[in-house]
Design a protein around this ligand. Structure first.
Ligand code: AMP
Ligand code: GLY
Length: 428
């Protein structure tokens, strides 16, 4: 099978690494890819939202399967674009329809969906310019802290946890009146603050059957001890010690199954990953958010622990045999640590040469996944905020994280920073 993978992050490098291990994968193409994905397939200089060029490439390279990494092309309807084109209809698309991708693309849509299907989530209300005063009154009555969310995609910046009513009112005005995130904040969801530990669960579904392919805990803040501004993710560990059978049963019974059944009942066409962003409130799981894709850097620990052939799973998703798939995991723990550019998540420089010693990973239980990198001649240069991720296996999370740190000590680029405390709560 010829496969085209869309995206250019650490997630896509990890997916590429996994897919080329499958005997079902003949040739892999990645658009646009990064310096790491080029080792597994042909990088194509095509934007993930240029559907026409992606479709043309699928015809030119006789692509059988399109695997969509990031959310933007899904929310913009790449699944539907392929379905509606007679020459592309035969391509297996791993990713939901635009309508179903609204589970990530609109917070209000996902909250209404959860409400319709009795899926536990924080209490909420949503407002627009039309009922601004009602929104202000709602905030004035609300307990603190209160969570405000821009309805649409806002590159991970659309959520504010306000500790005072004044702050909440100011953020509410900025989002709706000042259109801080453009159309994405024309509608704002205001919700109850839930206190607990966040964890993510990953499922592959065809809208009828599903398989759980892993879970992870990520570290979102830039600073050690979970301090400072939020980022796309500074590291991840898996498995998470509290995700035992009892907790997972609650997640499956109260959240995963009702979600997949809800998709079916509402005729939402969904072939792809669901990322359940959960919070464990004293042993009770709630949904914080749905994403219609894998996470980054969650993929960099979930995929290395998945023993099952991923391309075979995608084929099973397509041909109705997903239910019978055998999922098995590497028993070892995995930890990934992201190296980022100095200044990230604020302004940062690009094009810094990255020094990666030859034979860095020989005889080690570690993998290096590129994120924001590009190759220029013999050199690998930084090309983004999150630059690379080092994933290691270990008998414990602590051991896995220590191995990743040891590898990162040998890599350097100007301004390089990484958190040295990934997995700190789980030393053994
Ligand atoms: P979201 O984009 O909805 O995942 O929100 C981003 C982050 O904001 C989450 O990962 C949480 O850390 C935090 N967050 C969102 N909603 C809530 C909530 N209801 N209670 C507490 N924290 C929240
Ligand atoms: N690491 C969080 C995300 O991929 O959305």
């Amino acid at each position: 099978m010829n496969i085209l993978l869309l995206g250019s992050g650490g997630r896509e490098h990890a997916l590429a690494w996994k897919m080329v291990q499958s005997h079902h994968c003949d040739q892999l193409y990645v658009a646009p890819g990064n310096a790491g994905t080029a080792a597994f397939g042909n990088n194509l200089p095509i934007s993930v939202t240029d559907f026409q060029a992606i479709g043309d490439a699928c015809i030119q390279y006789k692509i059988n399967m399109l695997v969509v990494g990031p959310e933007e092309p899904l929310v913009k309807g790449i699944y539907d674009f392929f379905q509606n084109n007679p020459d592309l209809k035969r391509v297996i698309v791993v990713g939901p329809s635009a309508q179903a991708a609204q589970l990530e693309g609109s917070k209000a849509f996902s909250k209404q969906f959860m409400q319709r299907h009795g899926i536990p989530t924080a209490a909420y209300a949503s407002f627009t310019a039309e009922n601004l005063e009602e929104g202000r009154a709602y905030i004035n009555r609300h307990s603190l802290p209160v969570v405000l969310k821009a309805d649409g995609l806002a590159a991970g910046k659309g959520v504010v946890i306000a500790n005072s009513t004044e702050e909440a009112l100011a953020v509410f005005t900025e989002m709706i009146v000042d259109k801080q995130f453009g159309a994405a904040s024309e509608k704002v969801v205001i919700e109850e603050f839930l206190s607990g530990i966040e964890v993510s669960v990953f499922v592959l579904t065809n809208g009828t059957d599903y398989q759980i392919i892993g879970h992870a805990k990520d570290y979102k803040r830039i600073g050690e001890g979970d301090t400072g501004p939020n980022t796309g993710g500074m590291g991840c560990v898996s498995p998470v010690p509290f995700m035992d059978e009892t907790f997972m049963k609650k997640v499956e019974d109260r959240i995963i199954r009702p979600t997949v059944e809800g998709l079916g009942r509402e005729n939402l066409t969904y072939y792809g990953f669901i990322f359940f962003g959960l919070i464990n409130v004293n042993g009770v799981p709630y949904v914080i958010e749905y994403n219609c894709r894998m996470g980054d850097p969650e993929t960099e620990v979930v995929i290395p622990r998945l023993r099952t052939d991923l391309v075979a799973l995608f084929a099973a998703m397509d041909n109705g045999t997903l239910r019978d798939a055998n999922i098995s995991f590497d028993e070892r723990a995995a930890a990934t640590i992201m190296a980022v550019s100095g200044g990230y998540p604020g302004n940062y420089a690009k094009d810094k040469p990255i020094n990666i010693p030859a034979n860095l990973l020989q005889n080690q239980d570690s993998m290096l996944f590129h994120a924001g990198t590009r190759r220029e001649g013999e050199e690998v240069l930084t090309n983004g905020g999150r630059v690379l991720a080092v994933t290691s296996y270990g008998e414990t999370i602590g051991e896995a994280a220590a191995k990743s740190r040891a590898i990162l000590e040998k890599i350097s680029f100007e301004g390089m920073y990484y958190r040295k405390d990934i997995g700190f709560e789980f030393p053994c």
